[in-house]
Design a protein around this ligand. Structure first.
Ligand code: ATP
Length: 475
């Protein structure tokens, strides 16, 4: 039977088995930054590969990889210099700093938990309407929201804080040399709209996709990989003719939901969440949320952004960013449907989702309980483990040959230490879908047993068909 998973369990498994480590751990760590270990890097690459294939291996989407540093005017045009801010508040007693909107959201959640739903709804409505720093401050004071750390109500005024990391190009640190670490990958796509359309000979509707690092100087980082200061995004901007955008929005909304299901997400673990308030340029927006151990949280946003971005770049660069239809002679600035997913945040969602502790009896001569990561084979960091039953009678040599052969195609592990049941459990805990055991019979008839991770069922197959067997699961 599966057990409830806590975030602490996931964090500790991630460290113990080499998925994720705290950044600069030997120096005490750097808040909001994480390093991927040997299994984590495989899982992350597999996730990005699955997205890349789904999104770009089609006729109408091209890939790019834009620089992280961009011309500073880009961020003026995009609105990030003026508006990419969060409301920040400090508690004078504890000196703790918070995002004012998050502080209010947590308060609302507490009211809901205590059954005070009407009051919660009233505050939520005020929060949705909040624009100015005073709006957030007034809610905190009126509702007598206390500091989660020490319980104090002694708050500073709310200020807006820009989340972009600033740095300088060249040796002189003056205002003319300021650049920003990109807070999203999308702008690298917008500024390349014309380049890609012309060089790839695309016509509207078409999309441009990119995977890359993004940086946000978040006021509070929290929940492991959920909110970090350095993270990876996988974004696609789909350029469409105005008037077709509602239909395209609906298409991408469905596509993106299905992608999670195809990779093994359970329909009860993800949901659509419409936005309470739309950005001024958007005419539709929805999030896909995952049910994390701490509650529902956004993993992807799908936005219908009108022609806002391209028009702003036209204005700021003085370059035309239009599409001209060679048949109808129509010329227009396309509307954009954006799909924006965090690679690191969805990594965490897939890790939480895969985690299971099961009572399985002692059929394999091991503990009655096993921890198993039930990753889709496409995502699993290790696809198969090759295990000689004993370390003698030619089994290790036979197994090692198979291991070397398989290694040319996918990530495989070889393990000959400890009892076979113990080795199965080790592979279960890192989510390896197949364990291939070489025993006495293997040397006689060239067969091996293949054990399926989820059912623990075993069957014999010819050693020559192992590669194809595993490959099939990766299609
Ligand atoms: P949030 O409201 O959680 O801050 P957002 O609405 O600002 O997120 P977007 O700007 O739409 O997020 O970014 C798209 C995706 O990038 C998010 O769905 C999320 O998966 C990821 N993402 C955004 N900020 C972070 C972060 N600080 N750490 C990790 N992933 C992030």
């Amino acid at each position: 039977m599966a057990k409830e998973v806590t975030l602490d369990t996931i964090v500790s498994l991630a460290k113990r088995r080499g998925f994720v480590f705290q950044s600069s751990e030997i120096y005490g760590g750097l808040n909001g930054c994480w390093d991927y270990g040997s299994l984590g890097v495989e899982l992350l690459r597999n996730l990005k590969d699955a997205w890349w294939k789904a999104m770009t291996y089609r006729d109408d989407v091209e890939g790019v990889d834009a620089a992280i540093l961009m011309h500073p005017r880009v961020w003026e045009a995009s609105g990030h210099v003026a508006n990419f801010t969060d409301p920040m508040i400090d508690n004078k007693t504890s000196k703790a700093r918070y995002r004012a909107d998050n502080l209010i959201e947590d308060f609302i959640a507490k009211l809901e938990k205590n059954g005070k739903t009407d009051k919660a709804a009233a505050i939520a409505a005020k929060l949705a309407a909040a624009r100015e720093p005073e709006d957030f401050y007034n809610i905190i004071i009126e509702e007598e929201i206390t500091d989660p750390v020490g319980g104090s109500k002694d708050w500073t005024p709310v200020r807006y804080f820009n989340l972009m990391f600033k740095t300088f190009v060249g040796p002189v640190e003056d205002t003319n040399s300021v650049v920003y670490l990109r807070p999203e990958t999308a702008q690298g796509i917008f500024v390349n709209f014309k380049n890609v359309m012309e060089s790839a000979r695309q016509k509207v509707p078409f999309g441009i996709a990119q995977i890359g690092k993004a940086f946000r100087n978040e006021i509070n980082t929290k929940y492991f990989l959920f909110r970090t200061r350095e993270f990876e995004q996988m974004e696609m901007q789909y350029f469409v003719q105005p008037g077709t955008h509602t239909e395209q929005f609906e298409y991408w909304r469905q596509q993106r939901f299905q992608w999670f299901l195809d990779l093994g997400m359970n329909p009860d673990s993800i949901r659509f969440k419409p936005h309470d308030k739309l950005a001024h340029y958007a005419d539709a927006a929805v999030d896909i949320e995952y049910k994390f151990p701490f509650g529902w949280g956004e993993i992807e946003g799908i936005h219908s952004r009108t022609d806002f971005d391209l028009k702003r770049h036209e204005e700021f660069s003085s370059k035309k960013l239009e599409f001209v239809d060679t048949v109808t002679r129509d010329r227009f600035v396309p509307y954009v449907i954006e799909t924006s997913i965090g690679a690191s945040r969805s990594f965490m969602a897939f890790l939480c989702h895969a985690y299971n502790v099961e009572t399985v009896g002692d059929a394999e001569g091991e503990d009655a309980e096993r921890t198993v990561l039930k990753f889709h084979p496409k995502l699993a960091p290790v696809k198969a483990a090759v295990l000689p039953l004993v370390k003698k009678d030619g089994m290790p040599e036979f197994a090692e040959k198979l291991y070397r052969d398989l290694q040319k195609n996918f990530n495989v592990q070889y393990d000959e230490s400890a009892a076979i049941g113990r080795r199965y459990r080790r592979q279960d805990e890192i989510g390896t879908p197949f364990c291939i055991t070489v025993d006495g019979e293997s040397l006689k008839d060239n067969t091996v047993t293949i054990r399926e991770r989820d059912t623990m069922q075993q069957h014999r197959i010819s050693v020559d068909s192992v590669k194809e067997y595993v490959m099939k699961s990766l299609l």
